[in-house]
Design a protein around this ligand. Structure first.
Ligand code: ADP
Ligand code: ZN
Length: 217
């Protein structure tokens, strides 16, 4: 069973690798960031509250985040595995997920952490482009799409996220080190953590991740 949590600071490569893992291992890629962006564009009252928080670079409350993830992962398409990206992001989220996952029979089997130094993250984020439709990410310097400005996968024009600037990245990174990095020792203790070097290059990292995933299938 591949019940995977994908971890790493913003820009480490989570989105890039999530695309092929979802396709090749036939497990749904569930990104809390995508879920929140969807809510933000829905125009609902809750959506506009979330928008304020996310656009500041801050974290949505643990309670709301856990409730959303529980609902999404309870669905049938997650019964044979899932790839969770962006969650848990705090110790309280990891603790409540441990309980909820047990209740709904979705216990975590593998935690993949992609690490990457800050200077590189700053570089990558400022040149990142994303597909607003399917969520695929590109880079205008190092991972250009086949056709400039267009998503390879679904043909949608690419955008730069509003929060992909240095000021907001600083807040997101500070939040990452303060709230999310402590999760690494949390999962290390449970024996599920696997560390990867995000500087290795996307192709090399794909080979290494494939080796791990194939052995857990
Ligand atoms: P990044 O590009 O920083 O990796 P994501 O795309 O994963 O960010 O998420 C975008 C934003 O959504 C985050 O900056 C945060 O405000 C919010 N968010 C996503 N996941 C969580 C979570 N598990 N808990 C709280 N807030 C979250
Ligand atoms: Zn696309």
């Amino acid at each position: 069973m591949l019940n995977i949590i994908l971890m790493g600071p913003p820009g480490a490569g989570k989105g890039t690798h999530a695309v092929w893992i979802e396709r090749d291992y036939k497990i749904p890629h569930i990104s809390t960031g995508d879920m929140f962006r969807e809510a933000m564009s829905s125009g609902s009252e809750l959506g506009s509250k979330i928008k304020e928080i996310v656009n500041r670079g801050d974290l949505v409350s643990d309670e709301l985040t856990c409730a959303l993830v529980k609902e999404r992962l309870s669905r049938d398409d997650c019964a044979r595995g899932y790839l969770l990206d962006g969650f848990p992001r705090t110790i309280p989220q990891a603790e409540s997920w441990e309980k909820i996952a047990k209740d709904i029979h979705r216990e975590v089997s593998l935690v993949i952490n992609i690490s990457c130094p800050d200077e590189e993250l700053v570089k990558r984020i400022s040149t990142r482009r994303v597909c607003p439709k399917c969520g695929a990410s590109y880079n205008v310097v190092s991972m250009k799409p086949k056709k400039e400005g267009i998503c390879d996968i679904c043909g949608t024009p690419l955008i730069q996220r509003k929060v992909d600037n240095e000021a907001s990245l600083k807040i997101r990174l500070a939040n990452y080190y303060k709230s999310t990095a402590p999760l690494l020792s949390f999962y290390k203790k449970r024996g599920t953590l696997h560390d990867f070097d995000g500087m290795a290059g996307a192709e090399q990292l794909k080979v290494e991740l494939n080796a791990l995933l194939a052995s857990h299938k």
